[in-house]
Design a protein around this ligand. Structure first.
Ligand code: LMR
Length: 328
């Protein structure tokens, strides 16, 4: 390990993992961008690390680098292809540069809730998506859930017209850009680690994210309030590099896959609670949460849903139909 990486690990509390790496164990670095506790991804990554280090001791060891301390999402896949990191779990919005199929997950109001996302991912189409980037060198191992996205800004948002003329930070996704443009918002793609500062200094006026991200990054501190739109989803794919995965001894990859699958099942089943706890924590911190009446929410649906038309060839009408059938 380089000194810089070791220093980063010390600062981020990954020292337990560092201590676990010894001898000729296979080192598995997992880089992600969220906080490591009270967050669906952070908790799952930490649990994965604990189990790998306990159960694969002598064969492999894992180090988790949370909070963008090793890479941002716009760097991590490249770093993975270079062999500098072995696991990551970027949001599905970050994969559209590799395959446009993933755009279905960003379409506003496509999925009613995370259970619907789960059902879609477990369909044949969803499972095939894990292998859709193999020719680009990336292999999806599991889907990890987060939750529904909410809108926040430096002014109250009730109707989509309240957001018109504002600048919102977005993930680098053409679908999300189009969704924001549909309500007259100017989308500003930006790395997750930069959002708090950008909201604080007024570089952007607002953002969309899940309760655990709004809580974990403290966005509520620098926003007027959060409007409970539940207009989209943030979900993840745990990815690795095809080259690295294929270089692993069979017993190592199969044990890692089993542990990862068990962690996935356990933590995906618990995301509803993590999400609800984060929402409550935002409230307890004194932030304003604005709930919408069904009529008010319908205004957001009417304003944003027309972007489906623009992307239906990328995602496939049959997939849109399948997602809608799951919602019903
Ligand atoms: C974001 O960039 O807003 C999210 O994808 C961050 C994350 O990993 O939840």
């Amino acid at each position: 390990l380089t000194t810089a990486v070791a220093a980063t690990a010390l600062m981020t509390g990954a020292t337990g993992a560092m201590a676990a790496c010894e001898g000729d164990e296979i080192v598995i670095k997992f880089s992600h961008v969220t906080n490591s506790d009270k967050h669906p991804k952070g908790i799952a990554a930490s649990l994965l690390m604990e189990r790998v280090n306990a159960e694969m001791n002598g064969k492999a060891c894992m180090e988790v680098f949370p909070n963008s301390t090793l890479y941002n999402d716009d760097q991590v896949l490249e770093a993975m292809l270079q062999g500098d990191v072995q696991l990551a779990a970027p949001s599905l919005s970050k994969f559209e540069q590799f395959t446009k199929q993933f755009r279905i997950f960003d379409l506003p109001f496509m999925f009613r809730n995370i259970e619907a996302v789960d059902a879609f991912q477990n369909s044949e189409t969803g499972q095939a998506m894990k292998e859709s980037m193999v020719r680009r060198g990336l292999l999806g191992l599991e889907f990890w859930h987060n939750g529904m996205k909410q809108m926040s800004a430096n002014k109250p948002l009730i109707s989509p017209s309240d957001a018109a003329g504002l600048k919102f930070r977005v993930q680098p996704s053409d679908v999300i850009k189009a969704q924001m443009e549909a309500i007259g918002v100017s989308p500003q793609p930006m790395a997750f680690s930069e959002v708090y500062g950008a909201l604080q200094t007024g570089v952007v006026d607002g953002q969309e994210n899940t309760w655990s991200n709004i809580y974990g990054q403290k966005f509520f501190e620098v926003q007027d309030g959060i409007t409970e739109t539940n207009h989209g989803i943030i979900d993840y794919m745990v990815v690795t590099s095809v080259d690295w995965w294929e270089s692993l001894p069979e017993d190592v990859s199969s044990q890692l896959r089993t542990i990862l699958n068990e962690v996935t099942v356990e933590r995906n089943a618990a995301v509803g609670q993590v999400d609800a706890d984060a929402r409550q924590a935002v409230l307890d911190a004194g932030a304003t949460i604005r709930e919408l009446t069904p009529e008010q929410r319908q205004e957001w649906v009417d304003a944003m849903k027309p972007v489906w038309e623009q992307f239906k060839d990328d995602v496939g009408q049959e997939n849109i139909d399948a997602a809608q059938a799951i919602n019903a």
